[in-house]
Design a protein around this ligand. Structure first.
Ligand code: 5GP
Ligand code: ZN
Length: 115
């Protein structure tokens, strides 16, 4: 399924739920996390509905590379110049709350709220 009508991030991608967007192209959307742990905290998501890394295969390799390589560019743009963290939570034991693959990018001056 490339789109899930019940998925909150699919709704953000469609513009049905507002978000503070940082970046958008044909494949990816980046937007600020609604409840940030760090001064800089945004999410990079694929526009297609992929639940988690459990669901990726060889066809997604370019997309995953694009997500990771966008992270430092946007981190810099948002002022995280002294380091940043990338996290992907997968499944229940991985602490994933939203079932649409997303890369957390966190940075900025410490202390952070979490992590
Ligand atoms: P997870 O625990 O699934 O890795 O992270 C989900 C993240 O999505 C959380 O950090 C949460 O704050 C963020 N989030 C959940 N709902 C929304 C929303 O409607 N808008 C935005 N911008 N972020 C959201
Ligand atoms: Zn989705």
């Amino acid at each position: 399924m490339s789109h899930d009508p019940n998925c909150i991030f699919c709704k953000i991608i469609e513009g049905k739920i507002p978000s503070r967007k940082l970046y958008e192209d044909d494949d990816l959307l980046a937007f600020h996390d609604i409840s940030p742990w760090a001064p800089v905290h945004f999410l990079i998501v694929p526009k297609i509905h992929v639940v988690s890394l459990y669901d990726v295969s060889a066809e997604h390799q370019a997309l995953l590379g694009k997500m990771l390589s966008l992270a430092p560019e946007l981190a810099r743009q948002e002022g995280a110049l002294n380091g940043f963290r990338c996290v992907i939570n997968n499944g229940q034991d991985g602490g994933q709350e939203v079932s649409h693959l997303h890369l957390h990018v966190m940075g900025g001056a410490r202390p952070w709220a979490r992590g």
